[in-house]
Design a binder for this molecule. Structure first.
Ligand SMILES: NC(=O)c1ccc[n+]([C@@H]2O[C@H](COP(=O)([O-])OP(=O)(O)OC[C@H]3O[C@@H](n4cnc5c(N)ncnc54)[C@H](O)[C@@H]3O)[C@@H](O)[C@H]2O)c1
Length: 353
């Protein structure tokens, strides 16, 4: 497996040709895979730059949305790759959010047993998280990311200016993952988010770029040390176990990042009940989530339902749940001894009658 490289973070597509050149990525064909929202916004601009490195740059448009992240959606893409005689020297460029990145990445992982992929992420979540680390997948029979492969991108190029068109709720959801990264790995980064919340919310390009660069660096560091998720990488699941359960119980009506925010509060509350996290830190966590417009509680759910969904999460190991807790802001660890009672109390911390 290739090492994980730091994404290139720019505020336009202008530097893309030189980055391709420096990474030795050129050839005959590069298929841009976008979705029906990102294609009209960015495909032409990206194509113009990719044409400096490739002689043919066709565009393939996927339907947008998680509901299309499945094997059948890839059939048409494979047919197109075959029709255009794509071979092992050719490249796929994933232009979009995490859904496009995961699907195009998975297609690249299995087409001809693997061709190169470059990631051109256009959502906040994709720029700080999903484009980094080589996890690719599609959903299967209602199970998220059930069928996939590890396939490292040859280049990740984030154009932060692309976030200007991102719907506000998508930006907010991405902030759930940003706060998660700070909480699990970097107290100083958490302070940076506290200090600059207003500028980040106002989409100040300089601050946003700094935020994205620092967040990407956290993920790159973790993936470098544990590329196949045998240990430390599991810490990235902070907030996700109860978060996923809420997501399912709410029939996916709440955005993933909002559910992660709720999961962060639940995990923090369990950590506090264990005497690890101080009350003042708990308050800071609530305050930062609130500052970015993320939910602190959810209504219409009951604790037992969330508990049973939490225990059916795929992060179970030999019947025990692997749960990420906090020792303090910036320091997470995996616990396999979290009891049902503790889970219930964490869940109750986010339920509104
Ligand atoms: N591979 C990983 O390591 C990893 C990590 C985290 C999440 N994921 C996956 O990421 C997916 C979620 O990704 P997401 O949150 O980016 O959602 P998404 O890809 O569905 O994008 C959200 C919406 O925004 C639109 N969009 C994208 N960029 C835009 C832009 N710049 N302007 C306007 N609209 C834009 C998309 O078309 C879509 O409608 C999930 O499937 C999740 O499983 C993967």
């Amino acid at each position: 497996m290739n090492t994980t490289m730091m994404p290139v973070i720019e505020s336009g597509f202008e530097a893309l040709p030189s980055c391709l050149g420096m990474s030795g990525i050129q050839g005959k064909r590069c298929m841009i895979v976008a979705d029906e929202n990102t294609a009209p916004l960015f495909a032409e601009k990206a194509r113009e730059k990719l044409q400096q490195a490739f002689s043919e740059v066709p565009v393939y448009v996927l339907p947008a949305g998680e509901e299309h992240k499945k094997l059948e959606t890839l059939d048409g893409l494979f047919r197109e790759l075959i029709r255009l005689h794509f071979d092992r020297h050719d490249v796929i460029a994933a232009l979009g959010g995490g859904v496009v990145g995961d699907m195009a990445g998975f297609a690249a992982a299995i087409y001809l047993r693997g061709i190169r992929v470059i990631q051109l992420p256009t959502t906040l979540l994709a720029q700080i998280d999903s484009s980094i680390g080589g996890k690719t997948a599609v959903d299967f029979d209602g199970y998220k990311n059930m069928v996939g492969a590890f396939h490292m991108p040859s280049l990740v190029y984030s154009n932060t200016a692309a976030l200007a068109t991102l719907p506000a709720e998508q930006f907010t959801a991405g902030m759930g993952e940003v706060v998660k990264s700070a909480l699990l790995a970097d107290a100083e980064y958490f302070r940076f988010l506290e200090a600059h919340a207003a500028e980040i919310k106002a989409m100040d390009l300089g601050r946003m770029t700094e935020m994205i660069r620092r967040c990407a660096r956290i993920k790159v560091g973790i993936v470098e040390r544990d590329p196949l998720e045998k240990g430390e990488r599991a810490l990235l699941n902070l907030g996700h176990t109860i978060g996923h359960a809420v997501e399912k119980a709410k029939n996916f009506e709440l955005l993933h990042g909002s559910c992660v925010a709720l999961g962060l509060i639940a995990a923090s509350s369990i950590s506090q009940n264990r005497g690890l996290l101080k009350e003042t830190d708990m308050e800071r966590i609530r305050a930062i989530l609130e500052a970015f417009g993320l939910p602190l509680s959810v209504s219409g759910l009951n604790a037992e339902e969330i508990l049973s969904l939490t225990k059916s999460d795929k992060k179970m190991k030999a019947g025990r749940i692997r749960f990420v807790l906090l020792r303090s802001i910036g320091e997470a660890f995996c616990a396999e001894d979290v009891t049902d009672e503790e889970l219930r109390s964490g869940i109750c911390a986010i339920l509104r009658p």
